[in-house]
Design a protein around this ligand. Sequence first.
Ligand code: RIB
Length: 294
Amino acid sequence: MTGIVVLGSTNMDLVAYVARAPKSGETVTGREFRMVPGGKGANQAVAAARAGGEVAMIGAVGADEFGEQLRHTLIASGVDTDLLRTAEGLSGTAHVVVDDEGGNSIVVIAGANHTVTCLGPGDETLIATAGTLLLQLELPLSAVLSGAEAAHRHSVRTILTPSPAQPLPSELLGTIDLLVPNEHEAAVLTGIADPHAAAEALLRQVPQVVITLGAAGSLYATRGAEPVTVPAPRVSAVDTTGAGDTFVGTLAVALCEGRPMREAMGWASSAAALCVQRHGASTSMPYRTEIEAS
Ligand code: RIB
């Protein structure tokens, strides 16, 4: 294959829609409950496949009903799941609260994702045939590092979404071609709140950075060039869950097609803008025809 491999998580999202998220010690009454297939890895795979990419997913689902649904969602979106293992025990779950502004807070329980500690049989061979490897931080760091090193060995472009945010070892960052944090994640990695200054600091460790800025668009920085900001379409958000994953999956497809970064970011922003106007993670990711028409 010459497309995209995602090494990442699958979660069933258990979503409560509520006027505002409860504070510690508080109980609030929500409006609605939904179960939606998600997980940062699976979301990026679905987004990339719907945007027109040739996509395969490496990871694990649990041997439960959620696992079957998670696998089915990927297959239905056109993602190759031959190397998506079924592990003993429960699938990953994400406990999501979405408020009336469309903002969310999430607790992830790793479940089967926790079993992916290293590359399995066939994984490196698949990665070696890809154009791009997408990584996030919902699998054990040992697996993320193994995948990134394998991609690096075979000159496959690596794109890392450093989420959930955590400090990262330089041996991992040294294998990454493009880092795509949001503002919060960039601040955790650098200790710098200002995205421009954070991007500059991150360029000491990776050659290219795209910081997603929510409604303000995204910021691209690369060594030796002026940073570029690409605005996002103005839309009214009902649920921002999975918007960052939609951005990354779509961006990867555009880059695989050889589009320049600025154009790829615009395309990815259009896809994310469509995503936030719908409910749920995988359920809200747009198809290529919708992105092109927006
Ligand atoms: O990025 C959004 C995702 O984060 C959700 O789908 C949830 O599963 C958590 O992993």
